[in-house]
Write a protein that binds this ligand. Structure first.
Ligand SMILES: Cc1ncc(COP(=O)(O)O)c(C=O)c1O
Length: 498
């Protein structure tokens, strides 16, 4: 294995950068459990760094529990939590288009917002991860500098200052979109809602990945749309052969999915599959609504491309937001609607005339001069570490039958228990202990699938309280499985049919 020389990052010491390069190779599976790491001499030569830097990097990886030193032999990759836990299999949702039945979601969302709980249920960054004082300062300055501007109706497509910055950020996702082709929205959810309105009529069918982020299901339901749920692989995303069959057999008016580190399974489509998806959609002339709110939260070396980057016929309506990276409360998202830009703009003007100006000016200032990239680097490091800690806790405390996803970005884990397990019962038992989880059923369009699954948020710094919460959840899950076994005397199995 040969590593290319390291380009020094000004804000991080060299040995940490070396450790992170190696950690990424371990997390991505390039370096597997039992593999020998390059010798100190070899790595020193390859990267043109000192022996002590290599040793410091290896020591850091040992501290993180990722590698181990064998006397006279070298450094080896240790088995991680992921080697102990299988990952869930691809999903098998209902194969017919149907209306959405998600009566439970809203009821459960109320506890997902209760801050007195250990919040493993909501996919939200802990406040410690957000640059709050800097944002507050910038908002104060924006208000002082523009005492009237903040109180007028703005341009429905949003402030130019912010659209300029967002257009620059989209280059990182390999998309070259002029600022005048962007619409600023109240978060990604509004962007998705406007896009759905721009390309569908009530009664139409939209193809979605399954499990599906429940707010998307709410939006689809509200717009009287039917869904066709597609089998989804926990790492690779929606099944393209199933999508092709659906496009042949059904009158699909749009496809809606999360392209990078989806919610709830954390899958990230590879570039070749993104390209194939575009070819398929071009062939059937179907628009794609792409939600990329997690794209910046990658653990690997580079940001994954947006599907929009492969969009040769301008059929992708790209949606994203600053909720996962900067502040969910600013309620700032955006949309690059491609050939549907005019329709999205019109919808935006009809629905709420425009997005509030003060948050836009605040975010524009932060993106321009606030060290957004530095903030993101720190965020990615924390999220990668926290996800590893949560996976380790699952391996340590949860039943042996547990399966868990292995996302390479974002901040959610999808946990699957054997069939017959009730995630709702676990949810209720956990709520009594002041812990919230997101039961799988709220991600099911039919309201019947994923009853044995649940989602955990990992955007929370590791602490004794979190450790205790994971221990409690593991205990409650084991208790339920034991009771189930006693009452049925049937061995648990992994049938994933709804
Ligand atoms: C996939 C996905 N899209 C959109 C959102 C919401 O985004 P926003 O707060 O920007 O409306 C979330 C929040 O959890 C999400 O997970």
């Amino acid at each position: 294995m040969k590593l290319s020389p390291i380009a020094l990052e000004p804000h991080q010491v060299l040995y940490e950068q070396v450790a992170e390069r190696l950690q990424t190779l371990i997390m991505e599976g390039t370096l597997k459990a039992g593999d020998r790491l390059p010798s100190v001499r070899k790595l020193r030569q390859q990267l043109s760094i000192s022996t002590s830097t290599v040793l410091e990097a290896y020591r850091l990886l040992e501290d993180r529990g990722l590698i181990t030193a064998r006397p006279q032999s070298g450094y080896y990759v240790k088995p991680t939590a992921l080697d102990l836990l299988p990952e869930p299999s691809p999903t098998v949702p209902p194969s017919q288009a149907h209306e959405i039945d998600i009566t439970l979601a809203f009821q459960l969302m109320i506890t997902l917002q209760d801050s007195s709980m250990v919040q493993l249920g909501a996919a939200l960054p802990a406040m410690e991860h957000l640059p709050l004082s800097q944002l507050n300062r910038l908002m104060g300055k924006a208000l002082r500098d523009n005492p009237t501007l903040m109180h007028v109706y703005g341009n429905p497509v949003g402030c130019e200052e912010l659209r300029d910055e967002l257009a620059k950020r989209m280059i990182n996702a390999s998309c070259s979109i002029p600022p005048d082709q962007l619409v600023v929205t109240n978060g990604a959810v509004e962007a998705i809602y406007l896009c759905l309105q721009a390309v569908t009529q009530p009664g139409d069918t939209v193809a979605v990945e399954s499990p599906t982020y429940f707010t998307m299901l709410e939006a689809l339901k509200n717009l009287h749309l039917k869904v066709l749920t597609l089998p989804t692989h926990p790492r690779e995303g929606i099944s393209l052969p199933h999508l092709e069959t659906a496009l042949q057999q059904e009158d699909i008016k749009a496809v809606l999915l999360v392209s990078n580190f989806s919610n709830p399974v954390g899958c990230c489509m590879q570039d070749d599959r993104k390209k194939q998806l575009i070819e398929l959609l071009n062939q059937y002339e179907v628009p794609l609504i792409e939600d990329d709110v997690y794209g910046e939260l990658y653990f690997g070396r580079a940001r994954p491309k947006a599907i929009k980057a492969f969009d040769t016929e301008n059929r992708v309506l790209y949606c994203s937001s600053l909720s996962k990276t900067l502040s969910p409360g600013l309620r700032l998202g955006w949309c690059a609607g491609g050939r549907y830009h005019a329709a999205v703009t019109k919808m935006k003007a009809v629905v709420n005339l425009g997005t509030a100006i003060a948050p836009q000016m605040t975010a524009a200032a932060f993106l321009k001069n606030g060290g957004f990239d530095r903030h993101l680097r720190q965020l990615r490091r924390s999220y990668q570490q926290q996800m590893g800690q949560m996976q380790q806790a699952i391996a340590d405390y949860f039943p042996a039958e547990t399966r868990v996803t292995r996302p390479t970005g974002g901040h959610v884990l999808w946990v699957e228990m054997p069939k017959g397990f009730s995630a709702i019962a676990l949810y209720e038992a956990a709520i009594a202990q002041q812990i919230s989880i997101a039961p799988g059923i709220i991600f099911s369009a039919s309201g019947r699938c994923y009853q044995n699954c649940f989602r955990l948020n990992t955007a929370i710094p590791w602490s004794a309280t979190l450790n205790m919460a994971m221990q409690t959840l593991g205990y409650l899950a084991k208790k339920q499985l034991a009771e189930q076994l006693l009452s049925s005397e049937q061995p648990a199995s992994f049938d994933r049919s709804p």
